[in-house]
Ligand binder design. Structure first.
Ligand SMILES: NC(=O)c1ccc[n+]([C@@H]2O[C@H](COP(=O)([O-])OP(=O)(O)OC[C@H]3O[C@@H](n4cnc5c(N)ncnc54)[C@H](OP(=O)(O)O)[C@@H]3O)[C@@H](O)[C@H]2O)c1
Length: 324
C-alpha cells in the first residue's frame, strides 16, 4: 500500500491526513512513478486552504522527482528505471508513488539529484518564464523582486544577476536580507521595517524600475505600482499575503501608462515544446553553476503539515523538499 497526504476538506494544516492510497496501473500515455522527493510550493497552501478551488478529496502537490516503475501503453520516450521529475502537476505529488501523464515528465539530468530536482522544477521554471518571457530582462536593467529570499525569489535573483541586471529584493527580516544578498541581490529592503517605495525611488534616482515581480500580493501591490517607471510592467504572480483586489484600468493610466499581467506557469508550459524548452533552459543555467540551488529545508513527507505551518509563518527560506 502507498502512503499519501490527502485532504477531505479545505482549512489549516490540520486537514492534511497521512493515508493509505491505491495507486493502480498506468493507463495509455501514463507511467507509474516511485517518488523520492516532493517539492513544497506556496500554491499547495492555496489548494489546502481553499483559496484556489479543487475537487475533494484530493492529494496535494504539483512537483516531485523519482523513478519510473511501470509504463502504460503508448509511452515510447521513457523506460523503467529512468529518473524523472515534474513541476507542473497534475495534483497528487504528496505521495510515495503515483501515476503521471508521461508528457508532463522530464528526464532528470545526471548532475541533478532527486532532492535538487524537487527543489527547482516548479520554482525554477517559474523564474525562467517570469524573467525570460513575461518581461525579458536585459543587462543593465534594475528590477524589483519581492520575497527575494523565498523559493522562487532565491532562484530568480541569482538568475537576474547572471543576466546582468541590478537586483532590488524585498525581504521580511535581517537574516533573509543576508541570504538575498548572497543570492544575487545588489540592494535589499526589509519591507516590514522600511518603506520600499521610497527606497526604490532612492536607489533608482527617482526613475523607478521597468518591471516589478510581485507574488506577495495584497500587502505590496499598490506600492509596487508606485515603484514602476513610465510604461513599466507590473507582474503579479501570487498572493502570499492575500488576493489583490480588482483594479481600475485608469489607475494604470495615472501611474504612467503601466502594463499589468497576472501569469501562471501553465500559461508558459502548456505544450510539450514549451515545457521542454523551459525545463532545458533551467537545467542549463543550473548545469553551468550560474544558479546554485539546494533544498534549504527538508521534512519527511508524513510531516508535510509542519512544512506548511513553517512556510505560512515565513519561517522557511529558499526551497523546501518533502522526502518520501
Ligand atoms: N504564478 C505562478 O506561476 C507561480 C509559480 C510559483 C510560485 N508562485 C507564487 O510565488 C510566491 C512565492 O512562492 P514560493 O513557493 O517560492 O514561496 P516562498 O517565497 O518561499 O514563501 C512565501 C514568502 O512570501 C513572503 N510573504 C510576505 N508576506 C507574507 C504573508 N503575509 N504570509 C506569508 N508569506 C509572506 C515571505 O517572505 P518574507 O518573510 O521575506 O516577506 C515568505 O517566505 C507565492 O505567492 C506563490 O504563489 C506563482
Amino acid at each position: 500500500m502507498t502512503k499519501a497526504i490527502r485532504i477531505h476538506r479545505t482549512g489549516g494544516p490540520e486537514v492534511m491526513a497521512w493515508e493509505d492510497v491505491e495507486v493502480g496501473a498506468p493507463g495509455t500515455g501514463e507511467v507509474r512513478l516511485k517518488q523520492t522527493a516532493i517539492g513544497l510550493n506556496y500554491i499547495d497552501i492555496y489548494h489546502r486552504s481553499g483559496v484556489y478551488k479543487t475537487p475533494l478529496p484530493m492529494c496535494l502537490g504539483l512537483e516531485a522527482a523519482g523513478v519510473v516503475e511501470e509504463l502504460g501503453d503508448g509511452v515510447s520516450e521513457l523506460r523503467v528505471g529512468d529518473r524523472v521529475c515534474y513541476g507542473t502537476g497534475p495534483l497528487g505529488a504528496y505521495s510515495e508513488a503515483r501515476v503521471m501523464p508521461a508528457e508532463k515528465l522530464l528526464k532528470t539530468p545526471a548532475g541533478i539529484d532527486d532532492k535538487q530536482a524537487a527543489a527547482i522544477m516548479l520554482q525554477g521554471m517559474t523564474a525562467q518564464y517570469l524573467i525570460r518571457h513575461t518581461f525579458r530582462v536585459e543587462p543593465g536593467m534594475t528590477v524589483l523582486f519581492h520575497a527575494a529570499a523565498g523559493g522562487v525569489g532565491t532562484i530568480a535573483c541569482q538568475w537576474l544577476k547572471h543576466l546582468g541586471a541590478t537586483v532590488i529584493g524585498t525581504v521580511g527580516s535581517a537574516e533573509k536580507a543576508e541570504l538575498a544578498k548572497a543570492n544575487g541581490c545588489d540592494h535589499t529592503i526589509n519591507y516590514t521595517t522600511e518603506n520600499f517605495v521610497e527606497r526604490v525611488a532612492e536607489i533608482t534616482g527617482g526613475a523607478g524600475v521597468p518591471v516589478v515581480y510581485d507574488a506577495v500580493g495584497l500587502a505590496t501591490w499598490e506600492g509596487s505600482l508606485d515603484c514602476l517607471a513610465r510604461r513599466g510592467m507590473m507582474v503579479i504572480f501570487g498572493n502570499a499575503s492575500g488576493m489583490v483586489p480588482s483594479i481600475d484600468p485608469m489607475v494604470l493610466n495615472q501611474k504612467g501608462g503601466l502594463y499589468l499581467t497576472r501569469p501562471s506557469i501553465v500559461h508558459y508550459t502548456a505544450t510539450r515544446d514549451e515545457l521542454v524548452g523551459t525545463a532545458n533552459e533551467l537545467f542549463e543555467v543550473i548545469g553551468t553553476g550560474a544558479v546554485k540551488i539546494a533544498a534549504r529545508q527538508t521534512y519527511a513527507l508524513k510531516d508535510a503539515a509542519q512544512a506548511h505551518r513553517d512556510l505560512e509563518r515565513r519561517k522557511t527560506t529558499g526551497s523546501t523538499v518533502l522526502l518520501a
